[in-house]
Design a protein around this ligand. Structure first.
Ligand code: GLU
Length: 474
């Protein structure tokens, strides 16, 4: 069997949104699940959109996510260079080859002429399509214009009849009538290729066997297939991935304020969790497994189980997956995750290492992403006692006073401020007051910490400290 080769082909525009990373992951999984090779290709031919540092950013992201590039701009490889701007001469050569074969042609139409065609199309309410004007030029006319240095583009000559079809591995058979395909530009007047041309040349020259990408390319793929045909090349398999949408059906986008990978990372989502979650956006295993390490994903991934209906981006599900991975961290790893958030928000100078460790121990199973720690532990840093309406209301319940009264006494009786002794005081309070459940825990929690919900009560009280707790119980 032929070696499977996939490529991730981002444009270096400065950030990696969730959709980009999902494409990278699926490309990686398609390759690695079949012992294949994963290639990184930088598509930087639209230099207006390029952002400095973007390539490093792409590499950093892949590295954080445990996606290893086999061939790419930094790794090198037999099929380089892997950056399109370094391949410009190649595209020119292949465009010329198509012109020579009669599959493409020079077009000297001015921007004004094209603008007029666009306006006319607008008036007639039809989609603009280049009218093939320059196809009529004679060899001599072309020579003359080239000699005079007139700017030109090279256009693909589309067949005017027939249908072009292909079998997408996710969406099935896709067909487009050739007469609907515009004589698209392959090479721009600045000598740079369009995406439409460069992706075909590179996928072919780099031996790509499976093109995995977002489904916005589903209907333009026939144009690419006609290029393969014009060259006499074998086309790759196509795997188009479903859109990622939000609840309500809108596509996720950076412009709408939806988080990029780095936004999530900076909020304290773990890369492993993000990857695990992204794998489930459009793919599912045969069984109900939901938690996967990268190794397991590679093992279980199967292209046949990519779904073609839009994948719903559900932050609650991501939080659930992330909470799972947070619970699995070692205490040291958890500390590393949350300390930057705590240090930024609070003055920790008066807190001992021991106190901090105890705090983190009880909160590790309580948060679903790193920065959540800040609000969760506010009660330990804010000396004001601020119970909300609901808590105050609860404190009017019959029996509450009894719980508080007995607990105050029990606490006064303990000889050392330890979690165990506090727990014992709570147990004794239950016995002596006859209150249990909500009527036992809630008054104690509200009276000591000011909040209605939180982790383990005895530990919370211990962390609040003897002085403050006794003051509040008075
Ligand atoms: N440069 C294209 C993009 O960023 C790549 C699409 C493809 O994978 O072919 O959308």
């Amino acid at each position: 069997m032929k070696e499977v080769r996939t490529r991730f082909a981002p444009s270096p525009t400065g950030f990696m949104h969730i959709g980009n990373l999902r494409s990278a992951l699926f490309e990686y999984l398609v390759a690695k699940s079949q012992n294949g090779t994963f290639i990184l290709r930088i598509e930087d031919t639209d230099q207006k959109r390029e952002v400095e540092g973007a390539v490093k950013f792409i590499y950093d992201t892949l590295k954080i996510c445990d996606i290893h590039v086999d061939e790419g701009p930094l790794e090198g490889g037999e099929y380089g260079p892997y950056t399109q701007s370094e391949r410009v001469d190649l595209y020119k050569k292949y465009a010329q080859e198509l012109v020579d074969k009669g599959e493409a042609y020079y077009c000297f139409c001015s921007e004004e002429r094209l603008e007029k065609l666009r306006e006319e199309a607008d008036i007639r309410k039809v989609a603009f399509m280049y009218d093939g004007h320059c196809l009529k030029l004679t060899k001599e006319e072309i020579e003359e214009k080239l000699k005079a240095g007139e700017p030109y583009v090279i256009r693909q000559k589309m067949p005017k009849e027939g249908v072009t079809s292909y079998e997408d591995m996710v969406y099935g058979k896709i067909s487009v009538e050739n007469k609907l395909l515009e004589d698209q530009i392959l090479l721009k007047s600045d000598g740079y290729p369009t995406y439409n041309f460069a992706n075909v040349i590179d996928d072919h020259l780099m031996g790509i066997t499976h093109v995995v990408r977002g489904n916005e390319y589903l209907s333009s793929t026939p144009k690419y297939l006609l290029l393969y045909k014009a060259f006499g090349w074998e086309s790759p398999e196509y795997i188009h991935l479903p859109h990622i949408i939000k609840e309500g059906g809108k596509k996720i986008s950076k412009r709408d304020g939806d988080s990029t990978f780095m936004d999530l990372y900076n909020m304290g989502y773990l890369p492993k969790a993000i990857i695990n979650y992204l794998a489930l956006l459009g793919w599912s295993p045969a069984d109900n497994q939901e938690i996967f390490s990268m190794e397991e994903l590679i093992q279980k991934f199967d292209v046949k189980r990519i779904n073609n209906s839009p994948a719903v981006y559900d932050i609650k599900k991501l939080n659930w997956v992330n909470a799972h991975y947070i619970k699995e961290l070692s205490p040291e790893e958890f500390k590393e995750l949350v300390m930057p958030f705590l240090e930024k928000e609070y003055d920790l100078s008066s807190k001992s290492e021991e106190w901090l460790n105890e705090l983190l121990t009880i909160y590790q199973s309580h948060i679903s992403c790193g920065n959540e720690i800040v609000d969760e532990v506010r009660l330990f840093f804010n000396n004001e006692y601020n119970p909300d309406e609901e808590a105050l209301e609860f404190m009017k319940t019959e029996g509450v006073d009894k719980t508080i009264e007995v607990f105050r006494e029990e606490l006064n009786n303990i000889n050392e401020w330890t979690v165990e002794n506090i727990q014992e005081a709570i147990n004794n309070t239950k016995e002596k007051s006859g209150n249990k459940g909500k009527l036992l825990f809630m008054p104690i929690r509200i009276k000591t910490s000011g909040v209605m919900h939180g982790p383990e009560l005895a530990s919370t009280i211990h962390l609040l400290g003897e002085e403050l707790v006794k003051e509040r119980l008075k």
